[in-house]
Design a protein around this ligand. Structure first.
Ligand code: SF4
Ligand code: SF4
Ligand code: SF4
Length: 198
């Protein structure tokens, strides 16, 4: 029987670091998500104490993984807060869709000019939807029931999948847009050539 590829049996250091990170995808570490921060730690470009949602527990786990001494969270990146979830005051929502564009894990549903709602089970509490809302109708509430360690791990996996799916979708959209523009330019050029030749 053929052996599985090494990368399937031995997760890379980046993947091991990423598995420790909380998957809040908030960007407070100064990277665009947990995976880019994991890559920066793995390549020695970032320190292990830049993730406020992970707090001291996360720093300790990273230090143990990498054989480093733990250190306090760097306050320049923010402070550790209890788990929270976003809630939209629906009667105030004007349906501008700005929060949907900001959410890194697609946890908000709604359409233009219609009220929006946060899917609480998918919200990481990252706060990225607050600033873009023009009517300040998004509030953060503490998580009422503390998840078990198993539920926490499952939520991290879900967040990782949703974040990656969103990145893939945005990449596909960018490729489609570039192809559309290319076709439009080619059609325009063709038209100019025809007009010039008559
Ligand atoms: S949870 Fe936020 S601060 Fe922590 S690694 Fe992920 S994106 Fe960075
Ligand atoms: S709904 Fe808001 S707080 Fe929740 S994950 Fe999306 S952007 Fe972050
Ligand atoms: S940004 Fe605010 S007003 Fe706009 S759709 Fe989202 S919740 Fe509604």
């Amino acid at each position: 029987m053929q052996s599985p590829a090494p990368e399937l049996t031995n997760p890379s250091v980046t993947d091991q670091i990423n598995a420790i990170l909380p998957q809040t995808q908030c960007g407070q570490c100064s990277y665009k998500g947990c995976k880019p921060y994991a890559e920066a730690i793995a390549s020695g470009q970032a320190d292990i104490n830049q993730c406020p949602p992970g707090g001291d527990e996360g720093i300790l786990a990273l230090a143990n993984l990498l054989g480093l001494a733990p250190k306090p969270l760097n306050p320049a990146f923010g402070e550790h807060k209890p788990d929270q979830v976003a809630f939209i005051v629906e009667e105030d929502c004007i349906g501008c869709v700005k929060c949907i564009a900001a959410c890194p894990v697609d946890a908000i549903i709604g359409a233009a000019k219609l009220m929006h709602t946060v899917i609480a089970a998918e919200c990481t509490g990252c706060e990225l939807c607050l600033a873009p809302c023009p009517v300040d109708c998004i509030v953060l509430q503490p998580v009422s029931l503390m998840p078990s360690p198993e539920q926490k791990s499952e939520r991290k996996r879900l967040s990782m999948r949703r974040y990656e799916a969103r990145l893939q979708r945005k990449e596909n959209e960018a490729i489609e847009k570039a192809e559309r523009l290319k076709k439009q330019k080619a059609a325009l050029l063709q038209k100019q050539i025809i007009n010039h030749s008559v």
